[in-house]
Design a protein around this ligand. Structure first.
Ligand code: ACM
Ligand code: ZN
Length: 764
């Protein structure tokens, strides 16, 4: 076997992310905060790596075992020596803070320095391992360098929701393993919810006997079918206390703390299915829920319930040594409490103002108990409402406002705003992506996150202890899909958590991700491949009078190829500059590295007509526009039923849209579509009128329609509306639209005003 040898060479200067084969490739994620290449010298690693530890530290045995196992993946053997200069030396340096490390490669070999907590050595090893080639590690050359690294945030988390859909112990262990490679240090396990209770509690066996299974599950998105549709597949599973111990131990070996979340007082249907005596009663049937929603059936905060929850938390705290215990606190409807005589009596007895103060009183009680055991609670930001419990840490998810308020009140905060941290959102074009909860959070948006809001001063910022990616499980039914949603976005989050803003750079991250992607592939991680796929961006080009489409991919280098209205790969041509479309076109494209197609062929249809790219004014303004604000109705993209992003929505019953054509045009037809999604209170337009004008001042009507719709359909529907009229010239077009009126009888929110969702205005 070859030994680690030191080799002086004069190879070309090492560049951050552009290695040659088996020459040290510093594709370290998260990017170290200080890294300096010392010279043009390289150290060559043989396939036997010797290591010595100057002073053993409490976790050195485990760290060595981990290192040895990981090196085996690279066909390298770790040989432990008691002393000696050769090879890798671990030097305990008590001056370094926890988690910080130094990694030096020089004539002495490789020196790792950290304090004796072990975490720093573990992270140094991760950095070193990431320098090895993702595949063949024979004769690796590593440049002489010095890394002095420490994390930006002490809390670097990921949450997985194993309650909505159970994930096996093995899936959790693999997830922990992957987190640790990217120096994340907290796994938040969302263990209980309306759809399942996933942890064995010895004192209350029915929690898992009853609460961990359901006979079927809603199919499709919860807002899509009316009535809801269900599969016939039983969904069940929970972790025994032995499983939990194994998970906690496995995580500890990787310097990850597992934080359990036991949801209260809302999201408690599964527990109440098992123990309905802890509900408000009210004649409801308490069941493990088989569809995704927010339910009115919540814990009734009487003494019996508090004792029940304290008993549960006692067992939970025995199993999880974590300083933090997450008690949920989000999305607790107050309807049951308003109607419950016990709750109302409690409000009176405790002198509380309302149900919000009752929630706050309840959280205070639970916090007191958790504190009495020497632990602290984390709660979602709703725990701010009605008064924050004295020692609580706030997990800010409804934007950053809750976190900002809590930090100003000198409470610790973990930032998890949906717009940057919710990795259950779509990461690729929702029109073609596998089912997700909605919204859109691509890789680069995760990367862009800065968890320290500018509004906070230096002192207040100290309370922001970190940030976390949240993977909710409503639509995550398989381990493969869990990985698909988590990766590669988790790597972007890891860099947000570890790397100082001044050291972050998206282009550099994407270069480093290229190697890490290969490593993830080798590890069998089912990462989303849109890193290697083409996305399409359109904008109206005034000068060229056409819809200009830019094709992009996240992966640097390589080549994009495409064809128009043709999906045959053989017909694809190289993309060099934006495309100009003058009529309706579907574009097909793919990304190639070394002539090999890396991802799927992606596609997008753009409708180009006389309205495309035209300015318009809506009176009243749109209630919401998720994308292309101000031009979503003429952006060349038709709304589709699966997702709401493309649609513009209006709350008022009468709407006027004044559209200014690019030039005086001959017109004879106006088309648009109106969405029907009863679960979202979205009903289609009752009437549409078209008026035209030459000067934008005087208009006259040319067409009117009162569409009829097929309401016997049972799924969200895009209803096309078309108005034809005699050929005429116009410069301005006005649409006067009546909304859908009230939600119809027998449907969700019947009798309440509906919303109108429109897209895309087309003129021919
Ligand atoms: C949450 O997303 N309901 C915390
Ligand atoms: Zn009650």
């Amino acid at each position: 076997m070859k030994k680690l040898i030191l080799l002086f060479t004069a190879l070309s200067c090492w560049a951050c992310t552009t290695p040659t084969d088996n020459q040290g490739d510093m594709s370290i994620i998260p990017c170290p905060n200080k890294m300096e290449v010392k010279s043009n010298n390289f150290l060559t690693l043989g396939n036997e790596v010797s290591i010595s530890i100057d002073t053993p530290f409490p976790t050195s045995g485990g760290v060595m075992q981990y290192f040895s196992d990981r090196l085996k993946e690279h066909h390298l053997t770790l040989v432990q020596k008691t002393s000696g200069k050769e090879g890798i030396r671990l030097v305990v340096d008590s001056r370094l803070p926890d988690e910080a490390y130094e990694l030096i490669i020089d004539t002495q070999g490789i020196t790792l320095r950290a304090n004796d907590s072990g975490a720093g050595f573990f992270y140094a090893i991760q950095s070193l391992l990431q320098m090895l080639p993702a595949t063949n590690s024979d004769n690796v050359s590593l440049p002489y360098l010095e890394i002095k690294d420490a994390p930006r945030f002490s809390y670097r988390g990921a949450m997985i929701d194993v309650a909505r859909n159970f994930q096996s112990k093995e899936t959790v262990l693999k997830f922990i393993d992957l987190m640790s490679v990217y120096k994340m240090n907290h796994l938040h396990l969302h263990l209980t919810d309306d759809q399942g209770w996933r942890i064995e509690i010895k004192k209350y066996p029915q929690l898992t006997d009853i609460g961990s299974s359901r006979p079927r599950t809603m199919t499709g998105h919860s807002d899509y079918y009316f009535p809801r549709r269900f599969d016939t597949i039983p969904q069940k599973g929970f972790y025994t206390q032995e499983d939990i111990k194994e998970i906690v131990r496995y995580a500890q070996e990787r310097f990850i703390t597992v934080i359990p979340e036991i949801e209260m007082p809302g999201h408690s249907s599964a527990a109440l299915a098992a123990y309905p005596q802890y509900s408000c009663g009210l004649g409801k049937n308490y069941v493990v829920r088989d569809y995704m929603d927010i339910f009115d059936e919540v814990y009734c905060p009487h003494e019996g319930t508090i004792q029940f929850l304290q008993d549960i938390l006692s067992e939970v705290m025995e199993l999880f040594p974590s300083q933090y215990i997450h008690i949920g606190g989000d999305e607790c409807p107050k309807k049951a409490w308003k109607a419950c005589s016990k709750c109302q009596a409690l409000i009176k007895k405790e002198g509380l103002k309302d149900e919000h103060e009752l929630q706050s009183w309840f959280i205070h009680r639970i916090e007191k108990f958790v504190n009495s055991k020497g632990r602290n609670i984390i709660g979602w930001d709703e725990i701010l409402e009605g008064g924050l419990a004295p020692n609580a840490t706030v997990m800010s998810w409804r934007g950053e406002q809750g976190g900002i308020a809590a930090a100003q009140m000198k409470h610790k905060v973990i930032m998890t705003p949906g717009d940057y941290c919710y990795i259950d959102h779509y990461q690729e074009d929702p029109e073609f992506a596998p089912l997700a909860i909605g919204s859109y959070l691509p890789l680069d948006s995760v990367y862009a996150y800065n968890p320290l809001p500018g509004i906070l001063n230096q002192e207040e910022r100290k309370y922001i202890i970190g940030t976390q990616a949240n993977l909710w499980g409503e639509y995550v039914q398989t381990p493969d899909y869990l990985e698909y949603m988590a990766f590669p976005r988790l790597l972007a989050m890891a860099e947000v958590q570890w790397t100082e803003t001044k050291n972050k750079n998206i282009e550099d991250f994407l270069k480093r991700l290229k190697k890490n992607f290969i490593w993830l592939d080798n590890k069998g991680v089912n990462a989303c491949r849109n890193f290697y796929e083409v996305s399409f961006q359109g904008r109206w080009n005034k000068e060229k009078s056409g819809q200009e489409i830019t094709l992009k991919t996240l992966c640097p280098g390589g080549e994009i190829r495409y064809a128009l209205n043709d999906s045959t790969e053989d017909h694809f041509q190289t993309y060099t500059s934006p495309l100009l479309l003058n009529s309706e076109t579907e574009i097909f494209a793919a990304f190639y590295l070394n002539n090999k197609r890396m991802g799927n062929i992606t596609r997008k249809r753009f409708t180009v007509n006389k309205a495309t790219g035209c300015d318009y004014i809506c009176t009243p303004k749109a209630g919401w526009e998720h994308i292309h604000k101000g031009y979503g109705l003429t952006d060349g993209l038709r709304g589709y039923t699966k997702d709401m992003r493309q649609w513009s929505s209006f709350y008022e019953d009468t709407l006027k849209i004044d559209l200014s054509l690019h030039k005086r045009e001959t017109v004879r037809q106006v088309k648009l579509a109106s969405l029907w999604r009863p679960w979202n209170k979205i009903w289609p337009a009752r009437q549409v009128q078209v008026w035209i004008s030459q000067d934008g001042l005087s208009y006259h009507p040319v067409a009117q329609i009162r569409p009829t719709y097929d309401f016997t359909r049972t799924e969200a529907t895009r209803f096309p509306i078309s108005l034809s009229f005699s050929k005429t010239t116009a410069k301005f077009i006005r649409l006067i639209i009546s909304g859908g009126g009230n939600c119809h009888k027998g449907y969700y929110k019947e009798g309440n005003p509906s919303e109108l969702a429109l897209d895309e205005i087309e003129i021919y």
